[in-house]
Each structure stands twice: as structure tokens, then as C-alpha cells.
Ligand binder design. Structure first.
Ligand SMILES: [Fe+2]
Length: 468
């Protein structure tokens, strides 16, 4: 090696660190230093002062922290190169419970002694919890399409519409996160299904707030015990809707958006409006957006029509009945529909949900040609009324029922309320017993620890979270 090459190697390649250059050349450090000094002298210059080695710490330092709620975990490794899979497996982290959502990595080289230059790395991963135990993660079973059947016989002039009010489907973890408590009353939902089987309505209208979506609220506290429940809720509500489709294969089923379903588009609008109309590449603009209630519930599989936005509602029998999720609200029983009748300026009957109270009232309107009866009805809720439903006082004044509207050959549509109380429905001369169906649901959605309708194991925490 000529003198200039030797000097460049020592000074430029190894930044004056003789030991590193000597290791590179495979000769003793002192031998190289002598050669370097001689090369400098031959060029009439003095050697650079040896820098000595800045030694990097070859040992690896690790920090591993989890937030107070146990939802986010950050692992920070400085030292030898690694990768997220190794970082997780080294710490026994189950990938069925934690998923990497962010990775930051920075590389550099540094001498680590005896002239060795090491590849160093700072690696940081952020994980988010997707479940609390491996068995909570179940593979998604594709749902089979269950389309509406076309009736073989001509449609009767008489028709019946079944109205199913706010079920507020939601699940709440037990304190040990081994069970999921329902906020919806499965027995009441089963009674609604039995009424559908008995009456074979032409139309079934889901009056909104079938989903509660507590984790998507922008207004109320999003308690950690709601977190990670939405997938189970979607699958369970899909199961219930499929039961209605199976029970009434010829019925038109319409799902009206409630203020709780609207939590999802509201949140999207707030945070990332672009998501609102985002669709799969193979979707048409008639298909529901990717992140939307009709898409998440696979309503097209069941031939269920979704009506949004919230305020629209729908009109039945050429404007004879207006069906919406929201309507006038009164504090005490009967006051909501009384307000609706006070507000009535035209002769359309009204059905609306949201009140969670079982109410029906009528008034005689004076018209130029005579009198005409107008009624207003709110069929209450199918949520639990035993003090365990989300977002409200544990001492709710709610009632359960479903409603029927009969239209005999274009005559005045007549309302009928079917009261439900403590797992029993009272339909004409029959008492119908509701079943939680919990084993069937757990099997269908592939999640065994679904809980029966028992009280929460920590009502105090529930009250603290949601007030009284
Ligand atoms: Fe509502």
C-alpha cells in the first residue's frame, strides 16, 4: 500500500482510529501506527493525533411500558439490531392479543472495542391490544347470504308492518374480561322474533338504535370496558337479523338509522371525512361505504335496506304513516306521543323510537270534510330495563314492546302495541316466553364466553362511569 492510501485509510475511512484500521488490515495496532507515522514523515507532515476509540455499548437496553388501561404497550430496544417479531417473541407476547401498529427504526455503526465496528439499532414498536385473552380472538366465519324470497301468491290488499324499536345492542366486559354482558335484552328480541313468525308481516321496520356503539360516542365517556366488543356485537346483531330474514323470507326489511348508528359517520366526519365515502376498489357507488353500518352488518346479505340519514325516516301507504327514529320527547310516560299529537298539523300517523317508552295516543282532527283520527306511537325499547344499559341512569323509566300496524285494504292504518315485560310478551290471548338464545348465538359467532342476561359484576363502576 502506498503512503497516501495508508493515510487515507487511517484518517478518512476510520476517522483516525488506529485500532479499527488495524483490525481491518489484520495487523497489530502498533505496527500500523509505525507505518502510518512513517508514511506521514515521507510526505513531510506530522501524523494526526490518534482519536482513541469511542466505544459504543454493545449491550442492548430495553424499556417495555404499558399504559394505565392496558391497551397500548411500547417496547424500545437500543443496541443490537432486532425486529418486531423477535421483540415480541423474546418477551412472550402473544400476537393474538397484541398487534403492532407502529414501528420506528434508526441504524448506525459504531466501534465497540478492539477495532470492531458494529451495526447498532434503535427499534421502537407500539402495540395495541386486540383482545384480553387468546380465546377471545375467533376467526371470522364468512356469513352466508340469506336473500329475501319473492312471494308466489299475489299480494293481499291487507298488510301488516312490524316495528322493532331500539335494541341498543352492546356488550360490556366483566371485570376479569372473561365474560361479555349484554345491554340488549335477548329475551325481548326473541319475543319480537316470535311475533314476526306469528304475524308474517309484509314489512319489518327496525326503528334505529339497534346498535348502541358506545365506543364511537363523541359526547359520552368511552369506557375501556366497551373496548374490543364491537366485532362481537356486529356478529350478534347480524345473527338476530338473519333470524328475522329466516322467519319472514318474503318480508321487506328496512333498517332506519338511529342517533347511535349515526355515531359512526359523525366520528368519521369529525376525524377523517375522506373515510365517509371510502369504498373497496370493486364496489360501485350504490354499494355502502366500507366503514358504514350497512356494510359492517353485511345487510346486503340479508336483503335488509338501510335508510339514512337519520331525520328522513320513511312514509308508509302514500304518506298515511310517517316512521322515524326520533320524535318529540316528553319526560314522563305518555308525554312524548302527546307532544307529537300536539304538533300534528296534517293527518299522518306517526311512529318513532328513541323514547324507550311504550306510548300510544290518538286525537280526532277536524277537517273540512269532517273528522279524522290521528295516532302517534312509540314502541319503547328492546334494551334491558333492569338498570344495566349504557349511558343512562341505572334507574331508567323505560318499557319494552314491539308494534304492529295493520292496514286493511287502504283503510285507516291501525296501531297495535305488544307489551313485553320481564321476558314475556303479551300478544292477544297468548303469553309468549322469550329465550336468551345465548348458546346458539355464542356458537354462531364463535365466541363461547358470551354471558347470559345477568347483572354486571361491577355495577358501581358502571354507575361511576355513566352517572346516576
Ligand atoms: Fe335513539
Amino acid at each position: 500500500m502506498i503512503d497516501t492510501q495508508l493515510i487515507d485509510l487511517v484518517e478518512k475511512t476510520f476517522d483516525g482510529v488506529i485500532a479499527a484500521a488495524a483490525t481491518h488490515l489484520g495487523i497489530p495496532r502498533t505496527t500500523l501506527y509505525d507505518q502510518y507515522k512513517a508514511a506521514c514523515a515521507s510526505l513531510g507532515r506530522s501524523p494526526r493525533k490518534s482519536k482513541g476509540e469511542k466505544r459504543a455499548n454493545p449491550t442492548t437496553s430495553v424499556t417495555d411500558t404499558t399504559d394505565d388501561e392496558g391497551e397500548i404497550r411500547v417496547i424500545d430496544v437500543t443496541g443490537m439490531p432486532t425486529n418486531p417479531d423477535t421483540m415480541m417473541s423474546d418477551r412472550g407476547i402473544d400476537p393474538n392479543i397484541w398487534r403492532v401498529y407502529d414501528l420506528q427504526c434508526r441504524d448506525w455503526t459504531a466501534p465497540i472495542g478492539n477495532g470492531v465496528v458494529a451495526h447498532m439499532q434503535h427499534t421502537k414498536i407500539a402495540l395495541h391490544r386486540i383482545a384480553w385473552a387468546s380465546e377471545q380472538v375467533c376467526p371470522v366465519t364468512p356469513v352466508a347470504p340469506l336473500p329475501r324470497k319473492k312471494p308466489l301468491t299475489p299480494k293481499s290488499a291487507n298488510s301488516t308492518t312490524l316495528i322493532i324499536p331500539d335494541s341498543q345492542c352492546a356488550l360490556w366486559w366483566s371485570t376479569d374480561r372473561a365474560k361479555l354482558y349484554p345491554c340488549h335484552d335477548r329475551r325481548a328480541m326473541d319475543i319480537a322474533l316470535q311475533i314476526a313468525i306469528l304475524t308474517q308481516p309484509d314489512k319489518i321496520i327496525l326503528l334505529g338504535d339497534m346498535l348502541d356503539l358506545p365506543s364511537f360516542s363523541r359526547k359520552f365517556l368511552r369506557h375501556p370496558r366497551w373496548k374490543g366488543t364491537t366485532n362481537f356485537v356486529l356478529r350478534e346483531l347480524y345473527w338476530w337479523l338473519a333470524q328475522f330474514r329466516l322467519a319472514c323470507p318474503y318480508a321487506e326489511i328496512i333498517y332506519i338509522e338511529g342517533n347511535h348508528e349515526k355515531r359512526l359517520p359523525d366520528l368519521i366526519m369529525d376525524r377523517a371525512p375522506e373515510l365517509l365515502e371510502l369504498r373497496r376498489a370493486d364496489a360501485t357507488f350504490d354499494d355502502p361505504p366500507a366503514i358504514s353500518v350497512p356494510n359492517l352488518l353485511a345487510l346486503d346479505n340479508l336483503d335488509v335496506q338501510y335508510i339514512a340519514p337519520l331525520k328522513n325516516g320513511l312514509w308508509l301507504w302514500d304518506g298515511a304513516v310517517h316512521v322515524t327514529h326520533e320524535g318529540p320527547l316528553g319526560k314522563r310516560g305518555g308525554q312524548s306521543v302527546a307532544k307529537a299529537l300536539d304538533d300534528a298539523t296534517f293527518c299522518s300517523h306517526r311512529v318513532y323510537g328513541h323514547t324507550h317508552k311504550r306510548e300510544l295516543a290518538a286525537k280526532l282532527m277536524q277537517e273540512y270534510t269532517g273528522t279524522r283520527e290521528v295516532w302517534a306511537m312509540s314502541p319503547g325499547t328492546l334494551a334491558r330495563v333492569d338498570g344495566t344499559v349504557a349511558g343512562v341512569s341505572p334507574r331508567v323509566d323505560w318499557q319494552q314492546s314491539v308494534a304492529l300496524i295493520h292496514n286493511y285494504d287502504g283503510y285507516i292504518p291501525l296501531p297495535e302495541l305488544v307489551p313485553i315485560e320481564r321476558g314475556f310478551g303479551y300478544f292477544r290471548q297468548d303469553r309468549i316466553q322469550g329465550d336468551t338464545r345465548v348458546e346458539e348465538i355464542a356458537e354462531a359467532i364463535n365466541y363461547a364466553p358470551l354471558c347470559v342476561d345477568e347483572m354486571y359484576d361491577d355495577v358501581g363502576a358502571f354507575e361511576a362511569a355513566f352517572g346516576s
